[in-house]
Design a binder for this molecule. Structure first.
Ligand SMILES: [Zn+2]
Length: 249
């Protein structure tokens, strides 16, 4: 079991043996900064734990770990960075997102937010006038993208009923990420395109298909988006491909 690190131009930088006994293929990764140091958080919904290792030459030593105490507490799956010293973790056993407090010495569940859907993927933004918002997707069975304000509950939901078109019938949102201007990028697995959605309202602003995924059978995830609107896309196991796409205009 290995973790592969790539540079942005696609060159393999380093292979790292996974520093855990876990052999599941449902391990999710998140880079976290705590007090200017970089860490890698790894969650496994089967082992029901999250482990934190410091990024660097020797990544074999977990420095902090969280493990569910009761088997019903949380099945940690996808994660994203939240507010300061926070990470958000989707619970695969419920419709909740857990907010974890994370510092160099503590790692605990602070709060649980019911987002009213099983969460496949998530991202976070602090929006003007609304405050912290969690954006979530579900590919099956509800085919939803939703925005839930941590203090005010669900802001909007976009599902198949929102459309009246052929595209709507195939709408199957998977990966999600957000840029600094409040644009959500959602990988629509059913239509094999990317929808750009306004974070405040849930309105679809634009739909496009990057040339990198034309003819592709799969479009699983928009993995990441930087300040220049460069998206990292992953195409799942049929194409076995990861690509970089820069949105312009
Ligand atoms: Zn595991």
């Amino acid at each position: 079991m290995e973790i592969h690190m790539y540079t942005i131009d696609g060159k393999l930088k380093r292979k790292i043996l996974r520093p855990l006994k876990c052999v599941h293929d449902t391990v999710f990764l998140l880079e976290v900064s705590i007090a200017d140091r970089k860490y890698l958080a790894m969650s496994c919904q089967h082992c029901q734990n999250i482990t934190l290792v410091q990024k660097g030459e020797n990544m074999m030593q977990p420095i902090l770990a969280w493990e569910t105490k009761t088997k019903k507490e949380c099945g940690p799956s996808k994660m994203c960075v939240g507010g300061p010293e926070e990470i958000l973790v989707a619970d695969c056993n419920s419709t909740s997102v857990m907010i974890f407090d994370i510092t160099s010495s503590q790692f605990n569940i602070k709060r649980s937010i019911d987002v009213r859907m099983k969460v496949d993927n998530l991202c976070y933004a602090n929006l003007p006038d609304v405050g912290p918002v969690i954006f979530t997707t579900n590919a099956f069975p509800t085919f939803q993208v939703s925005a839930t304000a941590i203090e005010h509950g669900v802001l909007w939901t976009l599902d198949r009923k929102t459309y009246a078109s052929e595209e709507g019938k195939k709408w199957l949102p998977k990966g999600i990420c957000i840029d600094s201007e409040g644009h959500l990028f959602v990988a629509d697995y059913g239509n094999k395109h990317i929808a750009v959605i306004e974070a405040m309202t849930g309105h679809i602003l634009k739909i496009f298909q990057p040339p990198e995924i034309q003819g592709s059978k799969w479009l699983d995830h928009v993995l990441w988006c930087n300040s220049q609107n460069c998206l990292i896309l992953s195409h799942g196991y049929m194409d076995s491909k990861v690509s970089l796409y820069c949105v312009t205009g």
